[in-house]
Design a binder for this molecule. Structure first.
Ligand SMILES: [Zn+2]
Length: 398
């Protein structure tokens, strides 16, 4: 193990301290300058601080642990710069499990993906209400990959955003026939670091799809209000608020640094009407001859079981919607989706499948799940399909 390899691994995960143990093992940590890791905590708790170096070790080559510190700069209020993050796109290492592990250490207790990334989503506040909410009309189309994507209810679980414009918004390449305008504005009290991460996640959507997340401080009807509503979680209301609410919300509480950009791409996807990939009808059971793709260990999922219950309204492909439709019919199950949950463990049930919530089918996909680096190819196809993004005069880049 060389310091350079250890550096790449630790800094790639947003951690600025790295250490070689006996010259062989790489350990990562975070200095107090690294606000992205410590968040609102002003300093690491005492038991997590390094002891003073042994005086004999300042020159001795045989020090048991050799600690290095990345000297910065720190950006976004105190994070490792984004271009250094995720240097390793090896998803068996860089996944949401890694983020949760770091946050569990910072908070001194085990945190689950569900708590952190989605939390308990409250309904929109009363003042956001415009009309009484009715349930989406059932669409008696089976299998669900034969549903059209166009009108609500479309080919996703939530209501789709409907404001389409043929003119590319500022900053977007004029490559699509139409752009789906999704305005957002920040609520009071959002710090610059969180705004920066959210803007970066919104930019990913504009780069890869025709969905134009545009910041609009004057938005008054049908927009996303982005704020801090619960410091211990990140969440988003599902789909468009139209026609029942003035706005839906995204909570940036836990998503506070660049290392959480992938989690915000994920939350925005909820705002754009998508559920989790593992909630597909063919995720944990057979559906019209497809699946299952997960072998569930329900004893281990405990109170989070509902995140794995098949939901027939989840996206699973769609009918031919005309034009150069990127997806017609059944869409392949996507283990690498940014909407797929990590393979978590229940540490009080280690006797059942080592506590893992599930095994993938095939088992070789176990290392693919939990991607929060960026869109998978399948994520992009789903978004282009659901929002009927069609190439305009220029060739569309994905
Ligand atoms: Zn989620």
């Amino acid at each position: 193990m060389s310091p350079a390899t250890c550096f790449e691994f630790c800094v790639g995960a947003g951690l600025d301290l790295f250490a070689l143990v006996q010259g062989e093992e790489c350990r990562c940590g975070a200095s107090r300058l690294n606000k992205g890791v410590w968040g609102e905590k002003s300093a690491p708790p005492g038991h997590l601080q390094l002891p003073a170096p042994l005086s004999s070790c300042l020159t001795d080559q045989a020090c048991p642990v050799r600690v290095y510190r990345w000297l910065g700069p720190f950006v976004s209020g105190g994070s490792v710069p984004e271009h250094l993050l995720m240097l390793k796109h090896d998803r068996s290492i860089m996944n949401v499990g890694n983020t949760i592990y770091v946050d569990s250490i910072v908070h001194g207790k085990r945190i689950t993906e569900e708590q952190e990334e989605d939390g308990k989503v409250p309904p929109p506040p009363k003042e956001a209400k415009l009309h009484d909410v009715e349930h989406l009309k059932e669409q008696a189309v089976d299998p669900r990959w034969d549903r059209p994507c166009g009108d609500n209810p479309g080919c996703q679980a939530g209501r789709q955003w409907k404001n389409r414009n043929p003119v590319a918004p500022p900053g977007m390449v004029a490559q699509w026939e139409e752009y789906v305008i999704v305005p957002y504005k920040f609520d009071a009290g959002v710090d610059d670091a969180r705004k920066e991460v959210f803007r970066a996640a919104a930019a990913e959507w504009r780069l890869h799809t025709c969905v134009a997340l545009v910041e609009d401080d004057d938005a008054a009807l049908f927009y996303i209000l982005v704020g801090i509503y619960d410091l211990n979680s990140c969440w988003a209301h599902l789909g468009s608020p139209e026609p029942y609410y003035y706005y839906h919300q995204i909570n940036l509480g836990w998503c506070k640094e660049m290392a959480h950009k992938g989690s915000l791409i994920h939350e925005i996807y909820h705002s754009l009407a998508s559920l989790h990939e593992q909630q597909r009808a063919d995720g944990s059971q057979v559906y019209y001859g497809k699946g299952p793709h997960l072998e569930m260990f329900w004893q281990n999922t405990g109170k989070w079981a509902s995140q794995y219950d098949p939901n027939v309204d989840s996206y699973i492909g769609s009918a031919d919607d005309g034009g150069d439709d990127p997806q017609i019919g059944y869409a392949a199950y996507d283990f690498e989706s940014i909407m797929h949950y990590y393979r978590q463990r229940n540490y009080s049930n280690l006797d059942i499948n080592d506590g893992y919530y599930y095994n993938t089918i095939p088992a070789s996909a176990n290392t693919l799940v939990g991607n929060r680096v960026g869109f998978s190819q399948g994520d992009i196809v789903q978004a282009l399909d659901a929002y009927r993004c069609r190439c305009g005069v220029y060739q569309c880049g994905a």
